[in-house]
Design a protein around this ligand. Structure first.
Ligand code: H2B
Length: 96
C-alpha cells in the first residue's frame, strides 16, 4: 500500500465513509467511549495488535473510559496516506 501523502480531496472522500473520524494537523483521529477504564484498555490492546499485524501503528491515548486513536504516516513526512485511511477503517470495523 502506498505511503504517499493523500490530497485533501482524497482524505475528505475517505472520511465520508469513516463516521466519527476527523482530519486535523495531518492526522486522522477518532474517540470511542466505553463503559469503563478496563474496556478502554482492552480496546487499546486490540488496536495495538491490529496495528502490529499491519506494521502501521496508531497513536493511542486513554482518558479513563475514552480511547482516542490517531494515525499519520511517518514515512510520508507525517502526512496522511492510504495506510492511515486503511488502518482507520480496520479500527472502526473492530470497535464500532
Ligand atoms: C520499519 C517499519 O515498517 C516502519 O517504521 C513503519 C512502522 N510503523 C509505522 N507507523 C506509522 N504510523 N507510520 C509509519 O510510517 C510506520 N512505519
Amino acid at each position: 500500500m502506498s505511503d504517499q501523502p493523500l490530497t485533501e480531496a482524497e482524505i475528505e472522500l475517505a472520511l465520508s465513509d469513516l463516521p466519527g473520524w476527523t482530519h486535523a494537523r495531518d492526522r486522522l483521529e477518532c474517540t470511542w467511549t466505553f463503559d469503563g477504564h478496563l474496556q478502554a484498555l482492552a480496546a487499546a490492546t486490540g488496536v495495538g495488535l491490529l496495528s502490529e499485524r499491519r506494521d502501521h501503528h496508531a497513536d493511542l491515548a486513554i482518558n479513563y473510559n475514552k480511547l482516542t486513536v490517531s494515525v499519520t504516516t511517518h514515512s510520508a513526512g507525517n502526512k496522511v496516506s492510504a495506510k492511515d485511511t486503511d488502518l482507520a477503517r480496520a479500527v472502526s470495523d473492530l470497535l464500532d
